[in-house]
Design a protein around this ligand. Sequence first.
Ligand SMILES: NC(=O)c1ccc[n+]([C@@H]2O[C@H](COP(=O)([O-])OP(=O)(O)OC[C@H]3O[C@@H](n4cnc5c(N)ncnc54)[C@H](O)[C@@H]3O)[C@@H](O)[C@H]2O)c1
Length: 248
Amino acid sequence: MTHFVRRALVTGAASGIGAATVELLARRGIHVLMADRDPTVVEKAGKVSGAVGYVMDLGREDEIVALADYAKQKFGGCDILINNAGIAPKKDGRGYKVTEIDSALWNQVMMINLTAPFLLCRELLPAMQVNKWGRVINVSSRAGRTQVGGVSSFYSASKAGLIGFTRQLANEYVADGVTVNCVAPGPVQTPLATQSSEAQKQRVLDGIPMKRPATAMEIAVAIDFLSTPEAAYVTGTCMDVNGGGYMA
Ligand SMILES: NC(=O)c1ccc[n+]([C@@H]2O[C@H](COP(=O)([O-])OP(=O)(O)OC[C@H]3O[C@@H](n4cnc5c(N)ncnc54)[C@H](O)[C@@H]3O)[C@@H](O)[C@H]2O)c1
């Protein structure tokens, strides 16, 4: 009998939380399709056993559908979908005030943070349902759980939307062996965080009882846990990983 290999798709896999998650999945023998707009994802995938790099833009629906088709037809399937990629545009190192946001910027954030996860779920969940096994983990944020000083409203709205989407989807697939969950990180030391000014970073840390940001690996362990067979009874939840910065 051939050994059954599970396959995962991780978006935003070239950097930060996505790259750390790939490392943990690969350690468990999972083959990972690493999607990112950053072309270095191909070279990075070359260093991970069983991984394939795929360059694409989550801002484009046609490229998202092509990625899902590649996962299904060329990569051998997708048992674990990790919607990790996200953007948090800053204005001079701080969050945008609502009056400074034009519709194009609002739509871009919604597209990458919320619509892309929806499209990948739409394309990839049917096969999980047939297989009677699947895991979806959506990376939200503490800013989707509660107010966080200086964060742009478009970011909070997209991340709160992702939590609502997750709950509803978990309910739709609850009888199919497919779990759908969120992880909501507090501040994490990744390139995304470097876009904030020192003052903004301090303002965010002031709201964290542990008084430090997380490492990418401290978030990846939560994502990895939710993707395991052993986490089968956890669905529709949002796991807060935030140094005590929000306790629901
Ligand atoms: N870093 C934090 O403080 C923090 C806090 C809470 C939540 N998060 C969330 O964690 C997730 C991962 O963030 P991170 O901190 O690892 O960020 P990161 O910037 O290190 O990595 C994000 C990756 O997504 C990719 N990406 C961005 N836009 C893309 C697009 N249009 N198409 C394809 N790939 C794209 C980037 O190239 C990058 O490799 C995001 O959803 C973010 O909102 C981060």
